[in-house]
Design a protein around this ligand. Structure first.
Ligand code: THU
Length: 133
């Protein structure tokens, strides 16, 4: 499963549209039924409209009807010399759309690391907080 999700994230990276940063990122969301949803970063001349690879993969999974309980793991890969960790916005999206204990594999050509969603965003703001008023 780990090998598959990371391999598929590398496949996704090939479709990155990153003419401004030249920083290509690929992501894969793998489900318990083995379905894979791929995402690559898609940039825009209006930079703020760029969408990260992992958000695109997660939104693809949700758009196809998958939900947190269906998702087994996520992988995020980049060609950078150092491991490239998910940005804050993606961590917030992951807290919303994944279970806290879902593993997130982060890899480049040299090494890999794994964190749970909760480890990536401790003390998060979530839907429970909205009812605390
Ligand atoms: N990027 C991602 O796709 N995922 C991340 O978690 C970090 C950043 C993309 C956005 C942008 O296209 C490029 O990397 C440089 O920031």
């Amino acid at each position: 499963m780990k090998a598959t999700v990371i391999k598929q994230a590398w496949n996704a990276l090939k479709n990155a549209y990153a003419p401004y940063s030249n920083f290509r990122v690929g992501a894969c969301v793998i489900c318990h039924d083995q379905t894979c949803y791929l995402g690559a970063n898609v940039e825009n001349a209006s930079y703020g409209l760029t969408c990260c690879a992992e958000r695109n993969a997660l939104f693809a999974a949700y758009s196809d009807g998958k939900r947190a309980e269906d998702i087994a793991a996520v992988a995020i890969v980049s060609e950078a010399k150092q491991l490239s960790f998910p940005c804050g916005a993606c961590r917030q999206v992951m807290i919303e759309l994944l279970s806290g204990d879902t593993p997130v594999y982060i890899s480049n050509h040299d090494r890999e690391a794994v964190y749970t969603v909760k480890e990536l965003l401790p003390a998060a703001f979530g839907r429970e907080d909205l009812s605390n008023v």
